[in-house]
Design a protein around this ligand. Structure first.
Ligand SMILES: Nc1nc2c(ncn2[C@@H]2O[C@H](COP(=O)(O)OP(=O)(O)O)[C@@H](O)[C@H]2O)c(=O)[nH]1
Ligand SMILES: [Mg+2]
Ligand SMILES: [Zn+2]
Ligand SMILES: [Zn+2]
Length: 400
């Protein structure tokens, strides 16, 4: 049975359970987002016309012999129907996904406050994950490729800031993670990004959460939490602050003693039952770590996570370094008023802290900046794929 994944409500749908419309019989309102940015209009249940029946029902009615056929209209037997999700979103070929045998599909979710560097990190991380030295590839689900290419082009090609996530924005991206060589049958989790303003996460409350967010947060799987490294830098004790101006492109980050990070993560944790958290892993990602390089002597800033392959001769040495680095990064979060995040991490099956830099440098006025929007230097990302590689390679996933 084929499965689809809806990027509008974050549901996995069996083909049988999707809604069927014959394009010749009905002329349903176009639910495709017009400019690629807006949220598609949601069909109310009472708007479901007679032409919109569940696939299963139609197949049973017409006693279809070919159980894969989507020519289910008696009046138009040559017409392939269109499938819709319960939420009204149109499902295309691009939404088709493979589902694990047990019917479950793990998820990797990305969450973080506004301006923390999520979009820029996502862009460089995706490129890095697809690069030659990893066995992974990404396959956009639904409209992801179309929407994401706008951001990729802006940032990676034109060296301009990606469009900021507006307070009422509702951008969604999702990818199937694939094995590049197709040799490995392992089913990787779906990478999901529900790009909403940080305020929504801050106000997350039980019982008052829209269905899509509920699916997003509670699907079984892992969480990547983005910590704004520039903000963290301003929350350091006076003596650890770097007095030389470091970044002329993003000058406005002010500290908040970690308040927003704490509120967002604790709200998410309150929302996910303990029993589920025990099966989840958490990656705490400190972005913009180029702003923290003055701490390099004491803390492993941008000292990338050491990947360990099964027969690595330096296995124990690398393990030791990773765990020493983890202790130091936990200490760093502590002195930057974010010790609570480490405490929350202990609720998960496993958690790790990462430092990344999507730009690889802190843009300076006369050196790297053309104008408010544009840089003259291409990003040289550092350690950006580490969090996701950690999630993909532990827990039994192969990495060869
Ligand atoms: N120095 C530095 N600044 C960054 C880096 N990543 C992001 N920024 C800055 O942070 C701003 C916001 O990043 P963005 O990804 O749009 O944040 P989002 O709202 O979480 O998606 C960018 O426009 C940059 O000015 C980085 O790696 N280094
Ligand atoms: Mg963004
Ligand atoms: Zn849906
Ligand atoms: Zn028809």
């Amino acid at each position: 049975m084929r499965h689809y994944f809806c990027t509008n409500c974050w549901r996995f749908i069996e083909e049988d359970m999707a809604f069927y419309t014959c394009p010749k019989c009905a002329n349903p309102k176009s639910t495709k987002s017009r400019n690629g940015w807006s949220t598609p209009p949601i069909l109310q249940p009472n708007q479901k016309t007679i032409q919109q029946q569940r696939v299963k029902k139609l197949r049973t009615w017409w006693r279809m012999l070919d159980e894969n056929s989507l020519k289910l209209c008696k009046k138009h037997p040559d017409e392939e129907g269109t499938l819709f999700c319960e939420c009204g979103m149109r499902l295309s070929e691009n939404n088709a996904v493979q589902v694990r045998e047990n019917g479950e599909r793990n998820a990797i979710r990305i969450v973080g406050s506004r301006g923390s560097g999520k979009t820029v990190w996502l862009t460089t991380m995706c490129r890095s994950l697809r690069s030659e030295d990893t066995p992974f590839d990404l396959l956009g689900i639904g409209d992801t490729e179309m929407n994401f290419s706008i951001i990729e082009t802006a940032f990676l090609k034109n060296k301009t800031r990606p469009p900021a996530t507006k307070p009422n924005a509702n951008l969604r991206f999702a990818w199937c993670i694939k094995d590049k060589n197709g040799l490995d049958n392992a089913e990787y989790p779906v990478l999901m990004v529900h790009d909403i303003a940080g305020e929504v996460w801050s106000n997350l409350r039980h019982g008052r959460v829209p269905e899509d967010l509920d699916h997003y947060v509670t699907s079984p799987g892992d969480l990547i939490f983005i910590i704004d490294g520039a903000r963290l830098a301003t929350d350091l004790p006076e003596k650890l602050q770097d007095k030389t101006p470091k970044d002329d492109w993003e000058t406005t980050r002010t500290g908040d003693d970690g308040a927003e990070d704490r509120i967002i993560l604790s709200n998410i944790l309150n929302y996910i039952p303990q029993s589920k958290r025990k099966n989840m892993r958490l990656a705490l990602v400190i972005t913009k770590s180029d702003r923290l390089t003055h701490l390099k002597d004491e803390y492993p800033i941008l000292d990338c996570y050491k990947r360990i392959e099964p027969k690595d001769p330096k296995k124990s040495e690398k393990e030791k370094q990773n765990s020493e680095n983890q202790e130091k990064l936990a200490k760093l979060l502590g002195i930057a008023q974010r010790g609570a995040l480490v405490g929350f991490g202990k609720d998960f099956q496993d958690f790790k802290i990462f430092t990344t830099s999507s730009l690889g440098f802190s843009p300076l006025k006369d050196k790297h900046i053309v104008d408010e929007k544009t840089l003259n230097r291409a990003p040289k990302p550092e350690c950006v794929a580490d969090p996701i590689l950690w999630l993909l390679t532990s827990n039994g996933f192969a990495y060869a």
